[in-house]
Design a protein around this ligand. Structure first.
Ligand SMILES: Nc1ncnc2c1ncn2[C@@H]1O[C@H](COP(=O)(O)OP(=O)(O)OP(=O)(O)O)[C@@H](O)[C@H]1O
Ligand SMILES: [Mg+2]
Length: 255
């Protein structure tokens, strides 16, 4: 069964989606079979791969509501070796519609288990909240990867996130582990970025990925072309860093 990694941080704009898109694409480029699941009603992962998200009938929403089977929702070969389950704004209604539904925390897990053998990696992009969507993602996942933006407020909210991971582990998914922390938007010209990295290292007794993702304008441009960075600009610093991260993620799984 494939390794299932949820990319989560309830803080907005820290690089979750950028990491989901580019880590997935770089894993696929390393010849791994990858499924990406967009669990964010913003649907940025879906549009980042060039999908016209508002004109797709079968999405994560239909899976959660039991209206479609997971196989019907997988869009195959968005890239070589890579499939995706998209999302759009409809997903924002799922939490309300599932009020009172028994075992709703496990809907995604049960569906994903049906296809997990077809993949080496399943990457789930979570929304910026600790909502039912994030809980479903963590119940499905083996590990949680936490992107941390190199800025002054980086540590704010992190204890809340760790608490949520621990709650899910205790009550819903005893096998859940923290994959690790990855620093994003590192700016080598400022002391602040370096201080944030040092500060987190000193305060967080967790796996920290050696690869640090730099602030790179090509990473910000790529989604508007519907392409991951390794295709949009393979020589950019952003592409280089996500290739390194992919190799590190693969290696950690083998260890
Ligand atoms: N390394 C980077 N260099 C430059 N820009 C980046 C980098 N990483 C992310 N960005 C940009 O920062 C913004 C936020 O990134 P992203 O959408 O990946 O964060 P997010 O955590 O998924 O946000 P949300 O919480 O809204 O889902 C985007 O405009 C993205 O293009
Ligand atoms: Mg996002």
């Amino acid at each position: 069964m494939g390794r299932i990694i949820a990319i989560a941080n309830q803080k907005g704009g820290v690089g979750k989606t950028t990491t989901a898109i580019n880590l997935s694409a770089c894993l696929a480029a390393e010849n791994k079979k990858v499924l990406v699941i967009d669990m964010d009603p913003q649907g940025n992962t879906s549009s980042g791969f060039g999908l016209d998200k508002n004109n797709i009938e079968n999405t994560v929403y239909e899976i959660l509501l039991g209206e479609s089977d997971i196989e019907e929702c997988i869009i195959k070969n968005v890239l070589d070796n890579m499939d995706i389950i998209p999302a759009n704004v409809n997903l924002s209604g799922a939490e309300i519609e599932l009020i009172g539904v028994d075992m709703k925390e496990y809907i995604l897990r049960w569906q994903v288990r049906k296809v997990a053998d077809n993949y080496d990696f399943i990457i789930i992009d979570c929304p910026p909240s600790l909502s039912m969507l994030t809980v479903n993602s963590m119940t499905t996942a083996d590990t949680v990867l936490v992107p941390i933006q190199c800025e002054f407020y980086a540590l704010e909210g992190l204890s809340q996130l760790m608490h949520t991971i621990n709650l899910v582990k205790r009550r819903l998914n005893p096998d859940l582990e923290l994959e690790g922390v990855v620093f994003t938007m590192y700016d080598a010209r400022t002391n602040l970025s370096l201080q944030v990295v040092e500060n987190v290292k000193n305060n967080l007794n967790q796996n920290i990925y050696k690869t640090i993702i730099p602030r790179n304008v090509r990473l910000a441009e790529a989604p508007s072309h519907g392409l991951p960075i390794n295709i949009y600009d393979p020589k950019s610093a952003g592409a280089e860093s996500y290739r390194e991260l992919a190799k590190e993620v693969i290696k950690r799984g083998e260890a």
